[in-house]
Design a protein around this ligand. Structure first.
Ligand SMILES: Nc1nc2c(ncn2[C@@H]2O[C@H](COP(=O)(O)OP(=O)(O)OP(=O)(O)O)[C@@H](O)[C@H]2O)c(=O)[nH]1
Ligand SMILES: [Mg+2]
Length: 413
């Protein structure tokens, strides 16, 4: 929970710049920002739409708009959320024009949600690094710490408060965090390599935030990941195994995407995202009750920016209330993770996807190992075989997902 002063919940007033009044997305982005404020544990207390013909370099919205806001807010104790990106000097100028009130931008708000929801040590370090990097230039030239900004969003990291320090100490902290994250990333790569060698197929749940990815992970794997009606409830990736028809899969749930997500927030999580997206199949989860086209477009664009190029299936979640299925992409798989609907179909689509990938291979089974092999025969199709003195030579068609079971028998030419 964040507060303007030490004992009240932070009240946030949205300052929405409007460059093009006909832009239909403005209302949607504005409404989504209210959800972001709630997800940060703060209270939304109003908005001002600042119509501008062009961006004013010093204050973005110009002095006329600033005067109007000042009049409207009088001396209310609120934090101004600029719903976009501000340069450090624009932030300071707006704050000064509004009587030194606290001004944050969209990045700072999202970072505050990340800070609140990061649970793993790596997630916490990543958020702290992103926060410090974002705030560092905002300290420049002021010659003072962040203490004058008071408590609340944009002033605290996920760990103990480290922002009450001077710039030199921040630099030391930045390099410590970078080194620590490099170490963790090396360790994560090793784990991922080991996983690849085990040949168990990996599936990732990917998609817009709040679409039901964690609910689906919980349903499929029996995990107990937090799922709630908040944006960015999940930050740290979680991987759990599950079985369909004797085949084991790994399923990874990761951070959701959001439109207008500032680019450096994606890069802050680049290495965790990359490892979470290191999969054989992606389930792109959409919320059928929301603007799924926008969700799909945002997800695909973000994946493109991450150079992600893995086959995917589109999973239309929250489908229990759909009346007209014709409105959705024809290749959608309809499920309701909350009500356990459509899950068998999803499982069979997953199996179908993987069984499309077979490899013809030669195996040699020593007679002494025949008993072991006979237990595995159900996982392959024998094309032909030949009895030799010390064992059987088998030519077989093996689904790639089962190949790992036959490693000890494979003949490599
Ligand atoms: N009506 C309905 N609600 C659902 C369904 N599946 C999930 N939800 C709800 O949607 C909300 C978000 O679910 P999560 O599983 O946390 O979504 P997520 O995609 O993991 O969200 P983030 O981690 O925040 O990106 C929760 O309130 C769920 O109860 C569904 O099939 N139908
Ligand atoms: Mg989640």
């Amino acid at each position: 929970m964040y507060s303007n002063n030490d004992n009240s919940i932070e009240k946030i007033y949205i300052l929405q710049p409007v460059l093009d009044e006909k832009d239909k997305d403005i209302k949607l982005i504005h409404d989504e920002t209210i959800s972001l404020i709630e997800s940060a544990g703060a209270i939304y207390c109003g908005s001002f739409l600042a119509k501008i013909r062009e961006i004013h370099p010093a204050t973005y919205i110009g002095s006329g708009n600033l005067d109007k806001i000042k009049n409207r807010l009088e001396d209310l104790d609120v934090t101004i959320l600029f719903n976009g990106s501000l340069s450090p000097s624009q932030t300071l100028n707006i704050s000064a024009a509004l009587g030194d009130c606290k001004v944050i931008d969209r990045t700072t708000l999202i970072l505050a949600i990340f800070a609140k929801n990061a649970k793993s040590s790596e997630g916490k370090l990543q958020v702290e690094l992103a926060q410090l990097k974002y705030m560092y230039p905002r300290l420049k030239g002021k010659g003072e710490g962040l203490s004058r900004l008071g408590g609340g969003i944009g002033t605290r990291g996920p760990g103990e408060s480290k922002l009450e320090t001077d710039r030199r100490r921040i630099r030391v902290r930045l390099s410590y965090l970078e080194n620590k994250l490099n170490e963790l990333s090396t360790r994560r790569n090793l784990i991922s390599e080991r996983r690849k060698k085990s040949n168990v197929p990996v599936i990732s749940l990917i998609g817009y935030t709040n679409t039901g990815k964690s609910t689906l992970l919980n349903l499929l794997t029996g995990a107990n990941v937090q799922a709630e009606n908040k944006l960015f409830a999940t930050l740290d990736p979680t991987t759990r195994s599950f079985v369909i028809d004797n085949t084991t899969f790994l399923l990874t749930d990761t951070v959701g995407f959001l439109r207008e997500l500032p680019h450096h927030l994606i890069s802050a999580f680049h290495s965790t995202l990359e490892s979470a997206l290191d999969c054989d199949l992606a389930l792109i989860v959409c919320d059928a009750t929301a603007d799924y086209e926008m969700q799909l477009e945002t997800t695909m664009k973000t994946l493109d920016a991450l150079n992600f190029n893995v086959p995917h299936l589109i999973v239309m979640n929250k489908s229990e209330n759909i009346i007209n299925f014709d409105e959705y992409p024809s290749n959608s798989i309809y499920v309701s993770a909350k009500n356990n609907i459509g899950i068998e179909r999803l499982k069979s689509e997953i199996l179908h996807f993987f069984s499309a990938f077979n490899t013809d291979t030669e195996l040699f089974i020593p007679y002494t190992k025949y008993h072991d092999y006979s237990k595995l025969k159900k996982y392959l199709n024998e094309i032909s075989y030949k009895y030799l003195d010390d064992g059987i030579k088998v030519f077989a068609r093996v689904p790639n997902i089962h190949m790992f079971r036959f490693e000890e028998f494979r003949v490599v030419h």
